[in-house]
Design a protein around this ligand. Structure first.
Ligand SMILES: *[C@@H]1O[C@H](CO)[C@@H](O)[C@H](O)[C@H]1NC(C)=O
Ligand SMILES: *[C@@H]1O[C@H](CO)[C@@H](O)[C@H](O)[C@H]1NC(C)=O
Length: 434
């Protein structure tokens, strides 16, 4: 777009040339002869050529920081956000998953989706478009997760969350899925890791916002609530807060201990840090190091999964613990009378994980189930090749304020404020929800 003044002058000249007898009906405002008009014109030129204007009021609207209330589903099993999709927009609940990078929604064409799942009807959005391949064919894709898979057609539409909009955003309209991936009123998953990991190859919603300078700072931050130790919980409870575009200082105390992402030779994929230490009942346990210590920091995983040897070493430090078998292979139980005291470090500070999170319930008389399990027992997550050996899920993340920073790529942890329940499980029910 050009300078409005130039356009109106040009219109006048054209009119005058075309019909010299015609007098314009609209009288022009008197010419502004102030010297500042040159400053304005210079800034218009700067903006036109993608440079920064000198006058602050002309600067691009600063990026935003927005706090979004999230939902805690099934006693800390999943943390859910609401997105709006299509025209007119429809609202859907999706799992907020920093451990994957695709967005998908159950389609009204889905026969295998759980009964009661709110489904996206592609024909009810005027802005929905099918994304076709190079041959013009619809693109049928399958997204594989550790816990199952979904399949469907690639589409794009306008997607919004917390006042941010990405248009168009590519996502999968899911028509088939393995059971157990969705529960309650949840319709899909929003992947919040990096594009390099996306099966759809689409830029994830959050990354599109970072790339378009929509965020005040290139960060997403989570405060996740704890209800696992509350007997009177509904299926959906307040889940805490996702802050897009920065952090919320009422939710944490002290410094955010940022650690650069590990193993990013070709750019980041997972939000991956190295586990540098684990302490159990006051003693440091031996765990693999270096490229065998890579951990995906994953809001979309409920528990903490680790490599066989590390998990065995952790439970070896807990008297009376024993390895389970059969369906529970990979899990351990420990005496319910024991208060677990486990801390994890990722190159910096060591973060205590509350006993409330580590003790996930009774398995047999007097024995309780531990929230840290052996990832390699029957899991699909590959080892080696830069894949994570640990998956550090909500069992850990409930104990800290976590910040996922795109640039420079890092994950930071900070102590939760008292208002947010405090770190190390001091209070199981945060003041903010009292
Ligand atoms: C003339 O332009 C300057 C610079 O844009 C502006 O500050 C001033 O208010 C204008 N004056 C009038 C009379 O419009
Ligand atoms: C920060 O968090 C508090 C508590 O959830 C909330 O009331 C407030 O609106 C948040 N601030 C921003 C800027 O999002």
């Amino acid at each position: 777009m050009g300078h409005p003044l130039l356009i109106s002058l040009l219109a006048l000249v054209t009119l005058a040339l075309a019909d010299p007898l015609r007098v314009p009906l609209v009288r022009r405002a008197p010419r502004n002869t102030s010297i500042e008009r040159f400053a304005d014109a210079a800034d218009f030129t700067r903006l036109k050529y993608g440079l920064d204007p000198v006058q602050p009021q002309l600067r691009r609207r600063a990026g935003q920081t927005v706090g979004i209330s999230i939902i805690n589903q099934d006693q800390d099993s999943s943390y859910i956000g609401t997105i709006s999709v299509g025209t007119p927009s429809q609202q859907f609940n999706v799992v907020l998953d920093t451990g994957s990078s695709d967005l998908w929604l159950a389609s009204s064409q889905c026969l295998a989706c759980p009964r009661g799942t709110p489904e996206f009807n592609p024909s009810s959005s005027s802005s929905l478009q099918e994304v076709t391949g190079s041959s013009g064919q619809p693109q049928q894709l399958t997204i594989q997760y550790g816990s199952g898979s979904v399949a469907g057609l690639l589409a794009q539409d306008t997607v919004g969350m917390g006042g941010f909009t990405v248009n168009p955003q590519k996502f999968l309209l899911v028509e088939q899925m393995t059971s157990g991936l969705l529960d309650g009123d949840v319709s899909g998953i929003m992947g919040l890791a990096f594009q390099a990991l996306a099966t759809t190859q689409a830029t994830p919603f959050w990354e599109a916002l970072v790339n378009n300078n929509q965020f005040a700072s290139p960060e997403m931050s989570f405060w996740l609530t704890r209800f696992i130790d509350d007997q009177n919980t509904q299926q959906n409870e307040p889940g805490g807060e996702l802050t897009l575009g920065g952090t919320n200082s009422t939710l944490f105390e002290g410094n955010i201990d940022f650690q650069n992402l590990a193993n990013v030779p070709n750019g980041p994929t997972f939000w991956m840090l190295e586990v540098s230490g684990v302490t159990v009942q006051g003693q440091s346990v031996q765990i693999p190091t270096g490229s065998s210590a890579l951990a995906a920091i994953d809001t979309g995983t409920t528990l903490i999964g680790g490599p066989t040897d590390a998990v065995a070493a952790i439970y070896a430090a807990i008297p009376g613990s024993s390895q389970l078998s059969g369906q529970m292979a990979g899990f351990y139980s420990f005496p319910c009378s024991t208060t677990l005291s486990v801390s994890m470090a990722f190159g910096g500070q060591s973060w205590p994980v509350s006993d409330a999170d580590l003790n996930v319930g009774t398995v047999s008389s007097g024995q309780c189930l531990g929230g840290i399990f052996d990832l390699n027992a029957g899991s699909n997550v590959g080892s080696g090749n830069g894949n994570p050996q640990w998956v550090v899920g909500d069992t850990f993340l409930k104990n800290v304020y976590s910040v996922f920073r795109a640039n420079p790529p890092a994950v930071g942890f900070a102590q939760l404020s008292d208002a947010a329940g405090g770190s190390s499980g001091a209070s199981s029910f945060p003041l903010l929800y009292k």
